[in-house]
Ligand binder design. Structure first.
Ligand SMILES: C[S@@+](CC[C@H](N)C(=O)[O-])C[C@H]1O[C@@H](n2cnc3c(N)ncnc32)[C@H](O)[C@@H]1O
Length: 201
């Protein structure tokens, strides 16, 4: 067993938390908001018909877009209520309940590695801190040799960017490119958001 994710600790403290989150994204979608910016970057990086792992997929906004773009998407999230919403709102990808710290997709019959892993929406900051390196190690283990992981999260959420980059190195990643936005603005010392493009070292 691994330490419970911060997200599930929040759900335990407030059982309405997952439903609030689902409704937030459904209402943004109804209002016509752009919810696919991160997915467009991933699509631009991917070969056509790529294998993409949406790590901490939530209610499926990114995996749903990427599957509609023709990619083979597997989404994994620790929150079963969000996975149920993903299945309902975005049929097509394979949506799975699971903790990324214990990610072992071959054991679940998904044996081929992934061209890309995307982890957007501050997933890293909702991991139990004791599992961070382990999660990054599991993500790396699911990539092809020249695959890439794209991980984005904001500052001020108790996970310093330098610590994250150290953890990624410990997990066997090299940082190819650091950005401060999903529309490719460069990362600087003042950036309050990091989008890290990582590859196996
Ligand atoms: C703010 S949501 C972002 C969801 C989605 N990536 C998006 O951008 O729409 C953070 C997500 O991280 C997931 N998460 C947190 N810790 C996790 C873990 N250890 N394993 C799998 N998912 C986790 C939560 O369940 C939640 O869905």
């Amino acid at each position: 067993m691994v330490e419970q994710s911060i997200w599930m600790q929040k759900v335990a403290a407030d059982p309405g938390h997952s439903h609030w989150y689902i409704e937030r994204f459904r209402s943004l979608a109804r209002a016509g908001e752009d919810l696919a910016g991160e997915a467009r970057l991933i699509d631009a990086m991917a070969p056509r018909g790529a294998r993409i792992l949406d790590a901490g997929c939530g209610s499926g906004r990114l995996g749903g877009y990427l599957a509609a773009a023709g990619h083979h998407v597997v989404g994994v999230d620790v929150d079963p209520v969000l996975i149920e919403a993903a299945e309902h709102d975005h049929p097509g990808p394979r949506w799975l309940v699971g903790d990324l710290a214990e990610l072992d997709l071959p054991a679940r019959g998904i044996t081929e590695p992934f061209d890309l892993v995307v982890s957007a929406g501050n997933v890293m900051t909702f991991l139990a801190p004791s599992t961070r390196v382990r999660v990054l190690t599991r993500l790396r283990a699911h990539l092809t040799g020249d695959g890439r992981a794209v991980i984005g999260f904001g500052a001020g959420r108790d996970y310093e960017f330098d610590q994250f980059l150290d953890d990624a190195a410990e997990a066997g990643f090299t940082a190819d490119l650091l950005l401060s936005t999903w529309d490719l603005r460069p990362f600087t010392d003042d950036s309050d958001f990091l989008v890290a493009i990582l590859r196996p070292a």
